[in-house]
Ligand binder design. Structure first.
Ligand code: ADP
Ligand code: AMP
Length: 219
């Protein structure tokens, strides 16, 4: 089975793939081809252990005791290794994990690392959005200095009013507002999902693409 997390950012697609399957199912065979086709690193924990055994490292010696018996190497020897690996520069555009995670604690360690990365990316994206936001003090029209600039600097395209930076769009306040969102507002997603009236749209895409998606939902 392949689980996939593909999203588009300003730098292009990020593709994170996990190959999950029994030993001999063909994970390595497919992973190598996927890595080549999408130009992302193939990260096989089995390969990493075998390389360590060959080099005679401490990790290799410890791992070999388990591998020779057909047992899993303990989680504490695997998790940090993979979390460090996926933070290397070559993983920026994504990666394909082959043979990891193999246990629930490993999956939790990966989830935790991804959540931390997600929080960091979310915070950076949102601070960038908000510090560049300019609102018209007369009619409330919204612009962005980089992503949706007005035709004339600091001047509203709609009414000619002055464009201002909101007081609560400063980085220190944005962090607090995000915490409040996650605590108090995000639970509404489940509420509306249950009611069957939720449509999710990836707001990290270009303004025009987001609007096209909204129109396709509204019909
Ligand atoms: P895994 O990484 O899941 O342990 P491998 O990719 O190493 O599995 O595949 C195990 C063996 O089965 C290899 O010798 C490989 O060439 C072969 N193999 C892989 N996929 C298939 C397939 N679809 N049909 C037949 N043999 C396959
Ligand atoms: P593989 O090459 O994926 O078939 O892995 C070979 C052996 O390495 C396994 O039988 C385990 O002993 C060890 N191993 C590889 N990945 C992991 C992992 N994520 N957790 C624990 N042990 C692993």
């Amino acid at each position: 089975m392949v689980t996939k997390n593909k999203r588009e950012t300003k730098g292009g697609f990020v593709m994170k793939i996990i190959m999950l399957g029994a030993p001999g199912a063909g994970k390595g065979t497919q992973a190598k081809q996927i890595a080549q086709a999408y130009d992302i690193p193939h990260i096989s924990t089995g390969d990493i252990f075998r390389a360590n055994i060959k080099e005679g490292t401490e990790l290799g010696k410890k791992a070999q005791e388990y591998m020779d018996k057909g047992l899993l190497v303990p989680d504490e020897l695997v998790c940090d290794l993979v979390v460090d690996r996926i933070h290397k520069d070559d993983c920026e555009k994504g990666y394909i994990l082959d043979g990891f995670p193999r246990t629930i604690p490993q999956a939790n360690a990966l989830d935790e690392a991804l959540a931390k990365d997600g929080e960091k990316i979310e915070f950076e994206n949102i601070v960038n959005r908000m510090s560049g936001r300019r609102s018209c003090k007369d009619c409330g029209a919204i612009f962005h200095v980089q992503y949706n600039p007005p035709k004339k600097e600091n001047c509203c395209d709609v009414c000619g009013g002055e464009l201002i930076l909101r007081d609560d769009d400063k980085a220190e306040t944005v962090k607090k507002r995000l915490d409040v969102y996650h605590e108090q507002t995000a639970p509404l997603i489940a509420h509306y999902k249950e009611a069957g009236s939720l449509h999710e749209i990836d707001g990290t895409q270009d303004i025009k693409v987001v609007f096209e998606e909204i129109k396709s939902i509204l019909g």
